[in-house]
Design a protein around this ligand. Structure first.
Ligand code: ADP
Ligand code: YYY
Length: 226
């Protein structure tokens, strides 16, 4: 049997570049765990909204940041997420949560709490894990074995996203994506950024299968070189 040491893969990039689909497929193919860190920031945002916390008030967010208990499943075939025992996989994808998640995730107390959770999940993954987000290669797991930074044109990303949200206007989706990327990239605490040692993959003209193959090959090369 192949003696595979645990491998940690960090996949970062803006919205709609293919992080979730790629990470899930790579993890499933290589028998690794999978963590969607965006879902964790969405879950804490959902909790703030549901509990009437003013998401325009960083102090109120900071004061409440330690309250919800967020549990992330790491099965790439069924990445469940619960808040205080409630399955929030559906509710965290609403437009309301999407519109507020950048403000909530910019608060340092929120990031500190979620980052700690992410590191403990990664450390517990026996065979390794694919972790996707915005600051995984730069901040959460700077010693990851492989770092990938996915990009794609705003047009391609908006077309992909509006294909998911039935009836959504492509131009409005594009503007909302650009606004969220700008907020995520300009915040003070661990902004969306490419790590110096990350491999950049532009997915604009690639199929999902091609992106997956590219990342699987990079992981296998890393493993072989270990
Ligand atoms: N290379 C690709 N070509 C075409 N569509 C893609 C590609 N990668 C992902 N998609 C589709 O784009 C949408 C957004 O992908 P997703 O993986 O959720 O991106 P992210 O996690 O970066 O926001 C999904 O519907 C997905 O199936
Ligand atoms: N590691 C991460 C992951 C996500 N976030 C924040 C910033 C993002 O706009 C939101 C939502 O992330 P998510 O990956 O679910 O967003 P998309 O599915 O790509 O639209 O969470 C973050 O600050 N740090």
């Amino acid at each position: 049997m192949e003696s595979a040491a645990p491998v940690i893969v960090a996949i970062d990039g803006p919205s709609g570049t293919g992080k979730s689909s790629t990470s899930k497929a790579v993890a499933a193919q290589l028998g690794l765990r999978y963590l969607d860190t965006g879902a964790q920031y969405r879950a804490i945002t959902w909790w703030m909204v549901t509990n009437g916390i003013d998401t325009d008030d960083p102090q109120a967010i900071a004061a409440a940041a330690g309250k919800p208990e967020i549990v992330s499943g790491t099965d790439p075939a069924d990445p469940a997420i619960t808040v205080d025992g409630v399955d929030v996989s559906g509710p965290i994808r609403t437009q309301e949560v999407t519109a507020r998640v950048s403000a909530v995730s910019a608060v340092p107390e929120v990031r500190a709490r979620i980052t700690e959770l992410q590191r403990s999940i990664a450390a517990a993954a026996e065979h390794g894990i694919v972790v996707e987000g915005r600051d995984i290669g730069t901040t959460v797991l700077p010693d990851a074995d492989l770092k990938i930074f996915l990009t794609a044109s705003a047009e391609a990303r908006a077309a992909r996203r509006s294909g998911e949200l039935k009836g959504a206007d492509v131009n409005a989706t594009r503007e909302a994506l650009i606004k969220r990327d700008a907020a995520d990239s300009s915040r003070k605490t661990s902004p969306l950024a490419k790590a110096d040692d990350a491999v950049e993959v532009d997915t604009t003209d690639l199929t999902l299968a091609q992106v997956v193959e590219c990342v699987v090959t990079l992981v296998e090369e890393k493993r072989a070189g270990k």
